[in-house]
Write a protein that binds this ligand. Structure first.
Ligand SMILES: [Zn+2]
Length: 348
């Protein structure tokens, strides 16, 4: 269906990291985006933002790309905060914007937890979406050497709105972010993700669980990459939950019960640092909760080796890893041990 011209344009435009595409509504676009992904119907629109224009919808909902140098924020140098055009969530600070010459607004980092990375339908690039609403933002590239962070978020202006520094809109967006940045999301690693995902799927208050990779230095890793053990990534899950029903602390307590946090760089038969026990905290509040639970378990006599790591990009795993235990009946290797009620010496 995609024609020659498309590939020619693609080849040319890949040089600067983006492609010009008419809205990708074909099977290719939705098929390759992994389990957590975004169909128009799956997107939440909880926002006070005005309705999307047709052009905005082409980009945000149908993953199109605006023409280079056409966006209103490409050369915007004003101080302030860029928010998601669809849901209003704060995404980027002007402090992280830089001049890339690529024709699209470029940032070398996102506000922590604001952006999610997914394998692009083209099989090569890494798509970025708003973590709150799954709206398409653009793509992220690493290793180009533009800034110290060596990362370029190439974002469509149409995917964003801009609030100048000190404006009431900015203050509100940042306040909402403070309340909700980490609310409802927990990233943890406790060995083979099939079993961890399955255990969390059964927990009341949990609304979604995605198996994936995080904590490493290789963008968009495959399962084979991670199995090799040199990417730094752990097999992990991203748990989405309703904070009105279950707290982050309860999620983490469950986490410490469904895997063995005293095993260093392994979990049962799975050996290697990709099977490490880790909590990837999204903010200081989450870090404090994780630290408190680790200390509690240590008081109970468990030699906890769980690593507390600042959350970085989370890459959804291939579709065949999602709901693996549910679909195959295999991989339920995680048993629940009530560690918080059982001192280690009595419990072992
Ligand atoms: Zn959004």
């Amino acid at each position: 269906m995609r024609h020659h011209i498309f590939f020619q344009i693609l080849a040319v435009c890949l040089l600067c990291g983006l492609y010009l595409v008419s809205p990708a509504t074909g099977a290719g676009a939705s098929g390759a985006v992994s389990a957590s992904a975004s169909s128009e119907s799956a997107m939440k629109n909880t926002s006070p933002m005005p309705p999307l224009s047709e052009r905005e919808a082409d980009v945000i909902l149908r993953k199109g790309t605006e023409a280079p140098y056409s966006g209103r924020y490409t050369d915007n140098k004003a101080a302030g905060t860029y928010v998601c055009r669809q849901c209003g969530a704060a995404l980027y600070s002007s402090k992280d914007k830089f001049e890339s010459g690529c024709g699209w607004p470029s940032f070398d980092t996102e506000l922590p937890g604001a952006v999610r990375r997914l394998p692009d339908a083209d099989g090569r690039r890494v798509e970025i979406v708003c973590a709150a609403c799954n709206g398409h933002l653009g793509h992220v590239f690493e290793g180009e050497g533009f800034t110290d962070k060596n990362t370029r978020h190439c974002v469509n202006s149409l995917s964003m709105a801009f609030y100048p520094a000190g404006s009431p809109e900015e203050a509100q967006a940042l306040a909402q972010r403070k309340q909700g940045a980490s609310a409802g999301t927990a990233n943890v690693a406790g060995g083979c993700f099939w079993g961890v995902e399955d255990a969390f799927r059964r927990m009341p208050g949990v609304t979604d669980v995605v198996s994936g990779y995080t904590g490493g230095h290789v963008p968009n890793p495959s399962y084979e990459d991670v199995c090799r053990g040199d990417t730094g990534h752990a097999e992990a899950v991203r748990v989405t939950f309703d904070p009105a029903v279950v707290s982050y602390e309860q999620i983490l307590r469950r986490f410490f019960e469904i895997h063995d946090p005293t095993q260093l760089d392994r979990q049962g038969p799975d050996v290697g640092d990709q099977y490490r026990s880790a909590v990837f905290f999204l903010d200081a509040g989450q870090e404090a909760v994780a630290s408190k639970l680790v200390n509690r378990l240590r008081e109970l006599g468990y030699d906890v080796v769980t690593r507390l790591e600042q959350a970085g990009p989370f890459y959804a795993a291939e579709a065949y890893h999602q709901r693996f235990a549910e679909r195959t009946g295999r991989g339920r290797c995680h048993m629940s041990v009530p560690r918080f009620d059982t001192p280690a010496k009595g419990g072992r």
